[in-house]
Design a protein around this ligand. Structure first.
Ligand code: ZN
Length: 183
């Protein structure tokens, strides 16, 4: 953000309580861009006994993750999780458990993760390009963001959950690991 959303002035950096903040210099305006993290809902979808991972249309080949979405105004995290399930996958389901919350500081997000058991016919929306159904035992949780929720969920299921160091170079490995899975 470079301009004040209240009055349009160019924002200037100031130190407030020891933190650099973008502030509006206009007299009587007082706008401060606090840059608080954005809540993101992550859904680990269990479908026919497997875990559904999907690839976003903007992601490189071989990169799959759990379903995520932004919390809407007036919505509870649980409502958001079920809405995303319907919008992105065309499925209905029930929340089995809250997995946990995860600070994703690299993206300035706070992830709230849920485990959902889903049913119905999978119909991806335009955000997603493909999906994989992965046996729980074959899940390899990545070491940041939603991967930490996948890790904790595996632990809760009594399954081995070694964190998988994620790098671009490992995408191909991840793909070959998953490619044997039923689509
Ligand atoms: Zn202003």
């Amino acid at each position: 953000m470079n301009f004040c959303p209240q009055c349009g002035q160019a924002l200037q950096e100031r130190i407030i309580d020891g933190q650099p903040r973008k502030c509006c210099p206009a007299e009587g305006c007082g706008f401060v861009a606090w840059n608080n993290p954005t809540p993101v809902i992550a859904v680990l979808v269990e479908y026919e006994g497997k875990v559904l991972l999907a690839r976003n249309a903007a992601w490189p080949e071989g990169l799959f993750s759990v379903i995520t979405g932004y919390l809407e105004a007036g919505e509870t995290p649980e409502e958001c999780a079920l809405r995303e399930l319907g919008e992105e996958l065309g499925l209905s389901g029930r929340i089995v458990a809250t997995i946990g919350h995860y600070a994703f500081t690299q993206k300035n997000q706070l992830i709230l993760a849920f485990h959902i058991e889903a049913e119905g016919e999978i119909k991806l929306n335009e955000e997603l390009i493909e999906f994989r159904l992965v046996a729980k035992e074959k899940l390899k949780p990545w070491n940041f963001g939603t991967g930490l929720a996948v890790h904790d969920w595996l632990v809760s299921q009594g399954l081995p959950a070694e964190l998988y160091p994620f790098q671009t170079s490992s995408l191909k490995t991840l793909e070959s690991d998953l490619s044997g899975e039923e689509k």
